[in-house]
Write a protein that binds this ligand. Structure first.
Ligand code: AMP
Length: 355
């Protein structure tokens, strides 16, 4: 469903009230919109900067229905939204990005079938249904990573296996969850493309950033990525192909491995993405404004990179470095979370190194 362009004063409903919802709300407010956050957590970071907040379960049909009636369009900041909530909303209010994009990215097997169906290269993968099947495939792949098909993020729900590891032990550890086995990709670096598609089908891609992970969580994104121009183009073309195939509206993150043989697509995220936070200080129009523009039916903005940037996530007690960071010229973005727990994303900084 496409929507008529919304004007200032319209209300954008956002499912999920974490830091992504918070930064979307700030961008929406800059354009004159109001946001209404739906998140069960009464202390959701996004709720503190939004006009309204419904703190109810995603299974609460009455609350979801009232939310859908109260807003002009709905978007989301995370993938794992229960189908029942989407059904209830869709009957009343347009949702961007669409259900196909969500369903595709929610399940690693569906996602890999979709990507390879487009002719893009993914790691070798196999749907694993029994311990015996794993025992058969593991030596063929020469080891690999067993990944849950659904609900994995920041490296969670993953088990690395060597070719000689005990498959039945690995199978038991997954406790009956649906899994795939992925072959290990010998990558030289990891990059991501943040790409947007408007309701008129126009596409704008940000320059690919180079990502470094620590303990499975994104640590830094650096622009420009140290890759040849040819691969930069390949990455952007792959993102555009994915957006068109999904008839997508909004911002999408595409994570890729760089190998000597070319690019391998790791996964897609149908939302604004942590590796796109650099755009807040590196571009005239950042990924959050770009997403809001797409969702409300406005033309996409100029996402040309204007400087070299390194984004660093502040995880857990990294936040204790705040005083130093405040002095060193970094642009600081904090999420308003009161308690710093290990592994919790508290904020990020963007360092501009050249104009
Ligand atoms: P994911 O949750 O699939 O994004 O995986 C988290 C991280 O694990 C990635 O950013 C990579 O560093 C690593 N990884 C995941 N899949 C593979 C693979 N097939 N080969 C090599 N490294 C991988």
């Amino acid at each position: 469903m496409t929507t008529d362009p919304l004007g200032p004063g319209a209300i954008i409903g956002i499912l999920g009230g974490g830091q992504l919802g918070r930064m979307l709300s700030v961008a929406a407010a800059r354009l004159g919109f109001e946001t209404h956050i739906y998140d069960p957590d009464p202390a959701a970071p996004a709720a503190k900067v939004a006009a309204s907040h419904t703190a109810a379960s995603y299974e609460d049909k009455a609350a979801i229905t009232a939310f859908a009636k109260a807003v002009d369009v709905v978007t989301f900041e995370f993938e794992n939204i229960p189908t029942s909530a989407l059904d209830a909303i869709e009957a009343l209010t347009p949702i961007h990005p669409n259900r196909t994009a969500l369903a595709t990215s929610q399940d690693r097997l569906v996602e890999k079938d979709f990507l390879t169906g487009l002719g893009l290269t993914c790691a070798p993968y196999a749907d694993i249904e029994t311990a015996g099947h794993l025992a058969q495939i593991l030596p063929i792949f020469g080891g690999g990573i067993l990944k849950t098909r659904r609900f994995g993020y920041d490296g969670k729900g993953q088990l690395r296996l060597g070719p000689d590891d005990d498959p039945s032990d690995a199978w038991d550890q997954m406790q009956g969850t649906a899994v795939i086995l992925e072959g290990l990709v010998p990558f030289t670096c990891e990059i991501s493309v943040i790409a947007a598609r408007g309701q008129d089908g126009s596409i704008a891609c940000y320059d690919p950033g180079e990502n470094v992970h620590k303990d499975g969580i994104l640590h830094t994104t650096t622009l420009p990525a140290k890759i040849p121009a040819r691969l930069r183009s390949d990455a952007v073309l792959a993102a555009a192909q994915i957006l068109n195939a999904l008839d997508y509206v909004g911002v999408l993150g595409v994570e890729l491995f760089v190998t000597p043989q070319g690019l391998v697509v790791n996964e897609i995220a149908p939302r604004v993405h942590n590796s796109g936070h650099w755009t807040q200080n590196g571009c005239a129009i950042d990924q959050f404004e770009q997403h809001i523009r797409a969702v409300v039916g406005w033309p996409l903005g100029d996402g040309t990179r204007q400087s070299d940037v390194t984004m660093e996530n502040l995880i857990g007690d990294d936040i204790d470095r705040l005083k130093d960071l405040a002095k060193d010229g970094s642009a600081i973005h904090l999420y308003g979370k009161s308690e710093a727990r290990p592994g919790r994303k508290m904020g990020h900084v963007n360092r501009i190194s050249k104009s």
